[in-house]
Design a protein around this ligand. Structure first.
Ligand SMILES: NC(=O)c1ccc[n+]([C@@H]2O[C@H](COP(=O)([O-])OP(=O)(O)OC[C@H]3O[C@@H](n4cnc5c(N)ncnc54)[C@H](O)[C@@H]3O)[C@@H](O)[C@H]2O)c1
Ligand SMILES: [Zn+2]
Ligand SMILES: [Zn+2]
Length: 351
């Protein structure tokens, strides 16, 4: 194993403005008690990284200037902090970015993804747009057999998709996926893999992603030319789908999910809304007895277990969703490509 250097160059949010990243020198971190030091293999660009690039209100309130961002990542363990027995040098791991205290009531009840004292790796503290990072050993998840280690960084968004989808019935169910960004595309793929009876994929005008959804198993693809609610009802004998998932962040799509879910059905919402108070047709929710659920992160560890089962069986077409790989030198171009949207997942590789 190559020797770990003392310093490294890492992409860092340094300026209080849109863009505002520079690749600057940092000390390579030392793993504290219970942590591992990881040599980054690859890190993918997430919608959260786009928020931080655009430096919106949420980012300004959450990301300290000087932070190395990037949280969807995988790499090789190169040093162990005191007390770590769960990992060995050379292990390939992928990161669960929700760092939990494992001691609060939410952690005790099995909801560590919403830990009361939680923080997010690569948002609230340094992450993985640099060649080395430290993370609690429990957050360094082994890469399942059957998954190319170069693809392992996409387990964070794939896990988001599976967590959202499994908020309602999937096997034998009718499912609608609203918003075909990388996470929505993974949800189409996962719905197919988990045996959904009929899958409807909805975007606004991104024909590149609509085509991808079709190839991943969507039975019906809808866009801005369609009356989404009427067409979903028509495709489901007038009832609406059993399980609607919202991945677009559009208030219109949120309203569509509620109007096109069957009586007593499930609406699962992962999106973050630019306008935090979108109009919601409340009486539809009440009279139609809908189950509405906000989704955050991935269940630790049941979502990861479900995901590893699907990956081990080769049921997720990672290659189809991972449309672009670029060297880490091209970080700025990668974020701009993700903003433009002519892509699925964009992954940055280290050497
Ligand atoms: N809660 C969490 O833990 C969590 C984690 C990651 C991402 N997110 C959120 O999940 C969402 C999905 O992330 P992503 O990176 O896949 O998104 P993305 O922004 O890449 O894709 C959104 C897609 O929605 C489409 N869209 C726009 N208006 C639409 C409409 N009216 N109907 C249908 N589709 C429409 C866009 O064309 C785009 O393809 C984002 O809102 C993101 O912020 C939440
Ligand atoms: Zn992410
Ligand atoms: Zn906790």
């Amino acid at each position: 194993m190559t020797e770990v250097p003392d310093t490294m160059l890492a992409w860092t949010k340094t300026a209080d403005k849109t863009g505002g990243f520079s690749r600057i020198e940092h000390d390579v971190p030392k793993p504290a008690e219970g942590e591992v030091l990881v040599k980054t293999h690859s890190t993918s660009v997430c919608g959260t990284d786009i928020h931080i690039w655009k430096w919106d209100q949420w980012s300004r309130e959450n990301v300290p200037l000087g932070t190395i961002t990037g949280h969807e990542t995988c790499g090789q363990v190169v040093a162990l902090g005191p007390g770590v027995e769960s990992h060995a040098l050379g292990d390939m791991i992928a990161v669960e970015c929700h760092i939990a205290c494992w001691a609060c009531p939410r952690c005790d009840e099995g909801n560590a993804h919403i830990c009361e004292n939680g923080s997010i790796f690569g948002v609230h503290s340094n992450g993985a747009f640099g060649p080395y990072f430290t993370v609690p050993a429990v957050n360094a998840r082994p890469v399942p057999p059957g998954l190319d280690s170069g693809h392992a960084s996409i387990q964070d968004p794939l896990g988001n998709a599976i967590h959202t989808l499994t908020g309602g019935p999937v096997e034998g169910a009718t499912v609608a996926i609203h918003g075909l960004g990388p996470i929505g595309l993974f949800a189409v793929n996962a719905a197919k893999a988990m045996g959904a009876a009929y899958i409807i994929a909805v975007d606004w005008d991104n024909t590149y992603r609509m085509e991808l959804a079709k190839s991943l198993g969507a039975d019906l693809v809808l866009g801005k030319e369609n009356d989404v609610v009427a067409e979903i009802r028509a495709a489901t004998e007038g009832r609406g789908v059993d399980n609607s998932c919202e991945f677009s962040g559009s208030p219109q799509a949120l309203s569509n999910t509620i109007h096109s879910t069957r009586m007593g059905g499930y609406v699962n919402i992962l999106s973050v809304y630019g306008n935090p108070t979108p109009q919601v047709p409340m009486n539809e929710i009440v009279f139609r007895y809908l189950h509405i659920k906000g989704i955050n992160g991935r269940k630790m560890w049941s979502t990861w277990d479900t995901m590893h089962d699907l990956l081990e069986q080769g049921l997720i077409d990672v290659n189809a969703v991972l449309t672009h790989r670029m060297p880490i030198d091209s970080f700025e171009q990668a974020v701009e490509l993700a903003i433009a949207g002519e892509c699925g997942k964009v992954v940055l590789d280290f050497d």
